[in-house]
Design a protein around this ligand. Structure first.
Ligand SMILES: [Zn+2]
Ligand SMILES: [Zn+2]
Length: 519
């Protein structure tokens, strides 16, 4: 189910092109210098707040012109007055500082997940006094000044958020040469970068993979011909949608310029399931991926030629430069892509919109490289992170430092369990993840193996702990986990003890017989 936001466009009575942007509150700090020294630059956006449903039937005193005739949303169901008061309070304003209100736009968010979309009601009002002192928390901006910040980025400059882009900028970019079929819900942020979540065979809590389409309005190419591994008029990243959505993907590819580049961050099925469609629709498209990724992509998915990258290469799309960033950790062939002009970083599965992605131990996932990549991303100082699952992240340094802190804290618990005598994989998992449902222990076990390797590399493990012996406890882990899992399920469902014993014996025997298949 969708939740709603209300965002206000407050115009300047002295300059019609100007509206107020509010300095956004950053996420809380960590209280540790090693993380708090990384600071995201100031972010400015339209003032907004949650728009709740009304819990009484009283008549609202606020009139929003144009709301009654809206086909898209029934504003009488919502407590608009409360939301407007909250928005104005953030700006140090009151209701009588503003003239009439009108409904400007209603925008339904695409299904990024997890959870339902957040739809936004944009209302417009005009301040009565244009000479108000904004006190550093708000500032007058025009679409032109916002575009300067968005498209000619300087590393530590202030930033402009997605609400103002969705409400006022996307529509004003008359030069956009290419448009998506209108039925496909998407987000364009920053301008020129389209993010379209499509249903995919990904893992919970997500259902979709973001297809990122980079099709900027063509600018004069000032770079010349040299030094680029590929040239194109459009680029798409990670076509990973399910078979049921291949028709939509076909429509997208058909509407894009023919000189197309397909960039694949890594080989997981939720990132490559649509490759064969592109191959059929546009056999001249240039595919770009890391060698290790190409080795794992089946020939059926992409049998045409490809360009192998390992990081540092530049790609030219519509006269704009994108740089390939080697980003191992999630897999050993994982690559990211930096859009240089907007300084936005397409991060593959290194970051996800909510929580953190598991590393794939069977495809070269590596904790040491994961940490290194995270620090590399921090050094790039991106203005935005675009993950392939979930929403765009507007506080990149905070998110990356959150990952570092969480992984370190998990690693410290693993080291403590080992120092307290845990020697096998099962003992460590049972100790560190004791409060977590047994069904998550398999993924946890891979995580523990990667952390133990990382601890070993840092020479932090106690001398008496044998990493070689530890690695041999992977198969016995499955047997012990199966017993623990079934026991916990049987207790929950009150199964008779004889049946439990019989089931356990059967499963354990089966697993022992099959242990090589499970490794
Ligand atoms: Zn992945
Ligand atoms: Zn994925």
């Amino acid at each position: 189910m969708a939740t709603h936001n209300l965002a206000a466009i407050l115009k300047n009575p002295l300059h019609d092109a100007e509206y107020l942007l509010l300095k956004q509150t950053p996420p809380p700090k960590f209280g540790e210098d090693q993380y708090d020294s990384y600071v995201d630059s100031d972010l400015w956006d339209l003032p907004s707040t949650l728009l709740n449903l009304r819990n009484d039937h009283s008549h609202s005193a606020i009139v929003i012109h144009g709301a009654q005739s809206s086909q898209d949303i029934d504003l009488t169901k919502f407590d608009v007055q409360l939301a407007l008061n909250e928005v104005l309070e953030k700006l140090g304003l009151q209701m009588n500082d503003v003239g009439e209100w009108s409904l400007f736009k209603y925008v339904e968010e695409a299904e990024f997940g997890p959870g339902g979309p957040v739809n936004t009601v944009f209302v417009m009002g005009k301040l009565l006094d244009g000479n108000r002192n904004c006190q550093g928390l708000s500032k007058w901006m025009t679409t032109e000044s916002c575009l300067n910040w968005l498209l000619e980025v300087k590393l530590s400059n202030d930033r402009v958020g997605p609400l103002v882009v969705v409400a006022l900028i996307n529509d004003s970019l008359q030069s956009a040469a290419w448009k998506l079929p209108p039925t496909l819900h998407h987000q364009e942020y920053p301008p020129g970068v389209i993010i379209l979540p499509m249903q995919s065979r990904t893992t919970k809590p997500f259902d979709t993979t973001n297809l990122v389409i980079f099709a900027p309005a063509r600018v004069a190419d000032t770079f010349g011909d040299c030094g680029f591994v590929a040239h194109g008029d459009a680029l798409i990243v990670d076509p990973g949608c399910r078979r049921e959505h291949h028709e939509e993907l076909k429509q997208i590819v058909a509407s894009l310029p023919k000189k197309l580049i397909v960039f694949v961050t890594h080989h997981h099925r939720d990132h490559v399931d649509g490759l064969s469609v592109i191959q059929k629709c546009n056999p001249n498209a240039t595919m770009i991926a890391h060698e290790n990724t190409m080795c794992r992509i089946g020939k059926g998915d992409w049998s045409l030629g490809y360009t192998s990258v390992s990081g540092g290469e530049d790609i030219l799309v519509g006269g704009q430069r994108l740089t390939v960033i080697f980003a191992p950790g999630h897999t050993d062939g994982h690559v990211a892509l930096l859009d240089v002009s907007t300084n936005s970083l397409i991060v593959g599965d290194h970051c996800v919109g909510q929580g953190s992605a598991a590393l794939d131990i069977n495809s070269g996932g590596n904790m040491t490289e994961y940490f290194r990549t995270t620090y590399n991303f921090l050094e790039l100082s991106p203005h935005t992170l675009i993950p392939m699952h979930g929403r765009v992240n507007m506080w990149p340094k905070n998110m990356l430092c959150g990952y570092l802190k969480n992984r370190r804290s998990r690693e410290a618990s693993i080291l403590k369990a080992i120092e307290n005598g845990a020697e096998t994989l099962f003992d460590i998992v049972a100790n560190v993840y004791s409060g977590v449902d047994h069904s998550f222990w398999i993924a946890a076990a891979s995580n523990v193996r990667l952390h133990v390797d990382h601890l070993d590399q840092q020479k932090k493990l106690p001398e008496e702990f044998s990493v070689q012996k530890f690695h041999k406890t992977w198969a016995p882990f499955f047997v012990r986990w199966t017993c623990a899992y079934l026991r916990s399920r049987c207790v929950k469902q009150k199964m008779p003890s004889l049946l439990i014993t019989g089931t356990l014996a059967g499963i354990a025997g089966y697993l022992l017989g099959k242990k090589h298949a499970l490794i």
